[in-house]
Design a protein around this ligand. Sequence first.
Ligand code: AP5
Ligand code: MG
Length: 194
Amino acid sequence: MFNLVLFGPPGSGKGTQSENIVTTYNLQHISTGDLLRDEVSRHTPLGTEARKYMDQGMLVPDEVVIGMISSKIDDIPDARGFVFDGFPRTRTQAEALDKLLEFKHTKIHLVLSLEVPEQELIKRLVTRGETSGRSDDTEDVITKRIKEYHLKTQPVANYYNAYGKLEPVTGSHSIADTFKALSKHINKYILPVS
Ligand code: AP5
Ligand code: MG
């Protein structure tokens, strides 16, 4: 099994690159943002609760997200591996993920951290907001999401760096070039299937 965390600030390309990675390496994509937006669109109790935070650019409470991830991993017992996109976002989430994977006799092998200058992040997300319909793609909320990232999520990089698992990757080149750079790291663990 091979498990990857795709790490980086809002707009750094986690979702875009995850799609290419899961197809190329036959891995399962787990995006907590997508899972939460699905709950919101279905008006579930979890979605209604989560929306209060998401609309303000704040992180949803750890216990909500950890519970969601746990059942998602259990849903796919024979996976070749997982790509975690937008998770873990706090140290508590990172520790919980380690425990969940340990229980399944596996671990996080690699954390690829997409690095993109802040002005480029804002430009990408404002542009996406013109068509995405995402309630958090307004300039005001984007600024809050980036602030929340620096405050609560950036420390997760140190957590993985201490285990020697963190690799920074430039995320400001084209989508194809960024994918090539990510693949160089992944190829040290598994080979492409397509
Ligand atoms: P989430 O959905 O995870 O959003 P995010 O981290 O803010 O990041 P985005 O999805 O906006 O960006 P991305 O890095 O995926 O970039 P993308 O590929 O889309 O979270 C949303 C909310 O849910 C959070 O604020 C929080 O409330 C809640 N939440 C989610 N997970 C949580 C957790 N674990 N704990 C607590 N709360 C949680 O690219 C962005 C744009 O740029 C696209 O338009 C794309 O086409 C473009 N683009 C991508 N790459 C390039 C490139 N190389 N060149 C030019 N354009 C590019
Ligand atoms: Mg995303």
